[in-house]
Ligand binder design. Structure first.
Ligand code: GDP
Ligand code: MG
Length: 286
């Protein structure tokens, strides 16, 4: 069960809404989701494994190539695909992208952000267009943000999934380690606090995650490309990194349900996005 769509279509928002936990970070900036995130919805009578893929983009750096590999690997191991689109996007462009995926599994075309469309005719027109495409099994219209029509979507997903034994233990929300979500939560704050290219030039690596009595101690590196970026992240007298740290800590605490002691370090690694060694260390395996 994979969710595909252009950056900003609302994949992470939908995944969060369906799972009811802050599994995938949400940001108005594009390309926030660099990895494939798996989330597991376990109910007594069914289990759905969702993957949130990075947006479909043209590879520009090695990092982008790894992201596209994650998209492609997502195509191969699911029994249903959700093709998610911002309902305001150009339908011909969307159609081209969806075709280019050459899906081998049935797809639900899901038009998101219907809360932003005031003209019901326009919406109907777009629905009809996708209904007639060969890759499309059914069209649904939703608002992931307002949780509109999510039950219908869930029902449609269940109708299309193959029956089988639970694949993951029903307690686990995700197959990715908590560390990964911690680094994503920190990264989300970088996207929120800093402008322009800085967020795209940085990544986060959790160095230490240690449970002590009543507290989890976390040390993380924020990796940037230039000294000037390091200075911006730290801010005057450490004001920015302090703010970032506090925001991240509060979110991590509510995510893991424990008190957290968070230590952040900023490191300069020129061109980390173009070096395989760094990409591996920072968790981009493709
Ligand atoms: P992704 O790149 O596909 O993972 O997209 P995100 O989930 O990060 O969402 C991108 C932006 O669209 C965020 O600012 C979301 O709040 C916004 N968004 C997502 N779903 C909806 C929706 O149903 N309605 C509106 N108005 N905004 C949405
Ligand atoms: Mg996303």
């Amino acid at each position: 069960m994979n969710i595909f769509g252009k950056p900003n279509a609302g994949k992470s928002t939908l995944l969060n809404a369906l799972i009811g936990e802050k599994m995938a970070i949400v940001s108005p900036k594009v390309q926030t989701t660099r990895h494939r995130i798996k989330a597991i919805l376990s109910e007594s009578d069914y289990q759905i494994i969702f993957s949130d893929t990075p947006g479909i983009i043209e590879p520009k750096y090695k990092l982008h190539e790894k992201m596209m590999q994650a998209v492609k690997s997502g195509l191969e191991d699911a029994d249903l695909a959700i093709l998610l689109a911002d309902v305001r996007d150009d339908i011909n462009e969307l159609d081209q992208i969806f075709r280019a995926l050459k899906l081998k599994v049935p797809a639900l075309v899901v038009l998101n952000k219907t809360d932003l469309i005031k003209d019901p005719l326009l919406l109907q027109q777009k629905e009809t267009f996708f209904k007639n495409q060969s890759y499309c099994k059914k069209v649904l219209t939703i608002s992931a943000l307002n949780s509109t029509n999510l039950n219908e979507l869930l029902e449609e997903i269940l109708n299309n999934l193959s029956e089988g034994e639970p694949f993951y233990d029903t307690e686990s929300l995700s197959d990715l380690p908590t560390r990964f979500f911690v680094s994503e939560l920190i990264r989300e704050k970088i996207y929120g606090l800093f402008q322009e290219e800085l967020p795209y030039h940085s990544t986060v690596l959790v160095r230490e995650y240690k449970e002590a009595t009543g507290l989890v101690k976390i040390s993380a590196d924020i990796i940037v490309q230039r000294e000037s970026q390091k200075a911006i992240i730290i801010g005057a007298k450490g004001s920015m990194i302090k703010k970032l740290g506090t925001m991240a800590r509060l979110d991590i605490e509510s995510f893991i349900g424990q008190k957290v002691f968070l230590e952040l370090f900023v490191k300069v690694r020129p061109k980390w996005r173009d070096q395989d060694l760094y990409l591996k260390e920072y968790g981009y395996h493709g």
